[in-house]
Design a protein around this ligand. Structure first.
Ligand SMILES: C[S@@+](CC[C@H](N)C(=O)[O-])C[C@H]1O[C@@H](n2cnc3c(N)ncnc32)[C@H](O)[C@@H]1O
Length: 161
C-alpha cells in the first residue's frame, strides 16, 4: 500500500466518521471540540455541516487556511495537555462531539500521546456524546462503536459515552 493510498484512506475515513458523528449527535446542543486545527480542513467541514452548536478549536499554533480559521473567542490556544483541563473547568461534561486529529507521521509517538490525552478528553463528553479520532484512544468508560459506513478499518475510531 502506497503512502498515497494510506492518505486517501485516512481522508475518506475522517469524513465518513465525522459525518456519522455529526448526524448521531445532531439532537444534542452541547459544544463541539476540534483538537488539532492544522490546515483547517476538518474544522471547515464541521463548520459547514454542524448547525446550532458552537465549535471550539484546540491548537498550539494556528497555521490554517484563512477560510478555516476560528474567531479568537472559539480558539483554545496552547498545548492540549494544558487546555483540555482548562476546558473541563470552563465547560464541564457538556461536549456533544469531540474530534481529534493530533498525530503526526510517527505512529508509536501518536500512540503514546493518545494514551496521555485520553483521560483528559473522556470527562469532557456529555452522556451520549461521541469522540471521533484518527488514533486509537484509551478510555475507561467509553464504548468503541463499529466502523462508520464508508470508513476504512484502523484509520478512524469512534467512541460513545
Ligand atoms: C494533522 S494536523 C490536523 C489536521 C486537520 N485535521 C486538518 O484537516 O487540516 C495536527 C494538528 O494538531 C496540532 N497539535 C499536535 N499536538 C498538539 C498538542 N499537544 N497541543 C495542541 N495542538 C497540537 C498540530 O499543531 C497540528 O496543527
Amino acid at each position: 500500500m502506497s503512502r498515497l493510498d494510506v492518505f486517501i484512506d485516512r481522508m475518506v475515513s475522517q469524513r465518513a466518521s465525522l459525518d456519522f458523528g455529526i448526524a448521531e449527535t445532531a439532537a444534542m446542543d452541547g459544544p463541539v471540540f476540534e483538537l488539532g486545527l492544522g490546515n483547517g480542513r476538518t474544522y471547515h467541514h464541521m463548520r459547514e455541516t454542524i448547525e446550532g452548536r458552537d465549535i471550539y478549536v484546540f491548537e498550539r499554533a494556528v497555521a490554517s487556511h484563512p477560510d478555516s480559521t476560528p474567531d479568537d473567542a472559539f480558539l483554545l490556544l496552547g498545548e492540549v495537555t494544558d487546555t483540555l483541563p482548562q476546558a473541563l473547568e470552563q465547560f464541564g461534561p457538556t461536549a456533544s462531539l469531540i474530534h481529534a486529529d493530533l498525530g503526526g507521521h510517527n505512529l508509536a509517538k501518536n500512540d503514546i500521546f493518545a494514551r496521555k490525552v485520553s483521560p483528559l478528553i473522556e470527562p469532557l463528553l456529555a452522556p451520549g456524546g461521541l469522540m471521533v479520532s484518527s488514533d486509537r484512544m484509551y478510555f475507561e468508560n467509553l464504548t468503541e462503536l463499529p466502523l462508520a459506513p464508508g470508513a476504512v478499518e484502523g484509520r478512524c475510531f469512534i467512541y460513545r459515552k
